[in-house]
Design a protein around this ligand. Sequence first.
Ligand code: ADP
Ligand code: MG
Length: 695
Amino acid sequence: MAVDDCLDDLPVTQLKGVGEKIALKLKRLGIVSIADILFHLPFRYEDRSKVVAIGALKVGEACLFEGQVELAEVVYRGRRSLLVRLSDGTGFITLRFFHFSKNQQLAMQRGQWLRCFGDIKSYSKSHSIEVVHPEYQLIAESKRGQAEEGMLAVYPVTEGLHQLSFRKLIKQAFSLMEQGLTVRDCLPQSVLDEKGLPTLQDSLRRLHFPQTMPAHEARKTPALKRFIFEELLAHHVSLSRLKQGVRYHKAPPFRSEENRKKQFLNSLGFKLTAAQNRVMSDISSDLVQAQPMQRLLQGDVGSGKTVVAACAALMATEAGYQVAMMVPTELLAEQHYKNFRTWLKDTNVQVDWLVGQHKGKVYSAIADDIAEGRSNIVIGTHALFQEKVSFAKLGLVIIDEQHRFGVHQRLALRDKGASKGIYPHQLIMTATPIPRTLAMLGYADLDLSIIDELPPGRTPVSTAVLPISKKDQIIARIKKGVEDGRQVYWVCTLVEESEALQCQAAEVAVELLRDALPMLKIGLVHGRMQADEKQKEMEQFKQQRLDILVATTVIEVGVDVPNASLMVIENAERLGLAQLHQLRGRVGRGQRESHCVLMYKPPLSKNANERLSIMRETTDGFKIAEKDMQLRGPGELLGQRQAGFMQFKVADIERDAEILEDVAHCAEAILQKQPELVEPLVHRWVSNSVEYAQV
Ligand code: ADP
Ligand code: MG
């Protein structure tokens, strides 16, 4: 190693004690170069600077404490263990060891002083505290209170790589830096000056070896601020670069005749809203390009996304290309299939649907039609991207309710249509608003269009929150509603993932309702029914031959029966906000005022109470999503798989929202003026974001 070497270019194997084996383990943490070690930041610190009196120890904290052995005994309660009772005059604590040697046991003489560090726990009702397998050392009484270690950084490590070994690597890397070897600074000096951020070396030192315990809000120390900024910037430039990269892919331009589109729109029986028109023109101008459209269409539940999708599909078929539309449930696939068939009945477009229930001959017939190009539009569930299904000439992929799918699935379907460097266009639809913060990060690789207006004549759903004890009242209300010509959804939910239990609950609810309302016609759909039974029941409801439809959450997404105007949701307290909003979106689709009753079983947790309150206060999907994000964090909101690519090491997109605007400006400047910084930045902070690397 020479003094003017850059640590970014030196492999970890140049460090003492790092051979092939350790190098492999480090690689699993994303660490390849010596600089990578320095950027593997601690996720917490242990305060070893002061000894805490046993009486002042708090459950849940990791502390340094000292005490004198009062009693040490081996007990056999379930498992052989060594219990050591310590006291320092202010209180007692028990140390518990499951693995211990004879020597260890013998050293725990009554009267011996120990210095220990560990997580304070309490398992018993008597509030006695204990520590399982603490780190400890025997000390002389005269050495009490003389802790010397200060703040200790704790790193995320992997199996077979100990904190201690990792700390040694950090120390080695630092001493190389002190000898003058450099680490590449990916932030331009001008940015550091402008924002008053510390230099790279300085920041690293403060994070790995802090002088005092960084308090929680001190996540905002200048050192950390610097890295938060850097990390968000890295994500931003990486996403922008992806967006640009996609532009180099080719896609088939659809030149379609305006006439056919007009004809189609005229046949609908309603006029598109201004928002739908605006979005439609975004899409039209994308589809005539020879680059793939990558558009996210966001519109609240009931805003009329389906018809926009149909219009886009028509453009593709006009140009001689096939369309694949992926939806999350069979019920929804069938509904779209029927709608598309009705809308396109005067054209020669062949619409098909493909879901799990299609087997044997039926399946092969559809698959053949798709493979040979007879089928123009195919609507289906994930059955669509099975390997067996191949398209003759796929030109447009539409994904409905994208929050139900992962990035992988979306890309898999897109790749189905790719041939010889030509990719299909993509239209991705969602009712879940992308939180402002994520949008500011240049959300994924997508352009955004928003339908911010509902079709005319809708009155917002009014929502009541009632305890289960008011069930009789609710049933009376249903009776009155039906007499007024309303149709009713009764939704049974259970938080357990068991579909069987959910279906059982629905069956019970049907019985109860039939008993209470013998004069009404009550139907049932749940996930365990045969697909054709489900469809029959849905159709009956749609044709108004049923008054009440008892359903599990299978009806959560997409289902459209405009005459249904009353919904009761059982156990509403157990559902998340996104799900409640989706479910409630099944009503309020017609002209008359709709109602939703959220029934809950007391007592309500604070969080559940907040969820139900916001549902009562607003029907605005955007407000609901923001609240959801507050209550749950951004990751979950986007669905696990999508959150995967936005895993931050130091940044927290909600907490750090205030700097996103700055980050965006800085990203633009870098992309334009210092593009050479992009690669190192992305490499340093985002290199683990797997699937996006291949877009
Ligand atoms: P979502 O955006 O939730 O998918 P849908 O596409 O299911 O909404 O549309 C909800 C309902 O509104 C459907 O019955 C649809 O036919 C109807 N609709 C869509 N656009 C309009 C419009 N411009 N005017 C009147 N009704 C519309
Ligand atoms: Mg929809």
